[in-house]
Design a protein. Structure first.
Length: 57
């Protein structure tokens, strides 16, 4: 996955994408889980990451 141009570290992006696709959680659920890990990521940002990833596949 190419994360060039993103402000967030690749590990955070991959963790959020993994949670969303593996467990079919809502974007807001993934946002809450990431918040528990200590990362503040908006659910809309996670939605954009998923959308961009699916375009690459």
């Amino acid at each position: 996955m190419n994360t060039k141009g993103h402000c967030d570290p690749k590990s955070i992006i991959l963790q959020a994408v993994y949670l969303k696709l593996r467990f079919t959680l809502s974007y807001r659920d993934v946002e809450e889980i990431m918040k528990m890990y200590g990362f503040r990521v908006d659910h809309v940002t996670i939605q954009r990451w998923i959308y961009n990833l699916r375009l690459l596949l």
